[in-house]
Write a new protein. Sequence first.
Length: 115
Amino acid sequence: MANKIMHVYTNVNLQNGHEGLTGIAKKENKVDVNKLAVGQFALFINRAFTAVKVFAANNVVVHYKHPRNHILDYKALRLIPAFFDGQNIGYMKALKQVIEQDYPHLKHRRNQDEE
């Protein structure tokens, strides 16, 4: 089974821990995030869209807040399952991939500048 985001919750108060996030999921769509299988993820995103908590199998919760309080990139968030290593969300790696895919000329230009 490929890694996949199963549920996304927005406007979440990220002060919630395991129990709070589980309660939000149960209230919104009657999902028990404690029963996520390996490779399944639930994302909890704050109202400002500057931070995210990822709920993964085995009750793993990992938090990421953009260091400059910038708005998180939706495309990069969608790639979190590919870069999540069980401890780190890998948001910056996901963002780098999005930039390289969407703006290949920037990568090419950087390589020319390095020569």
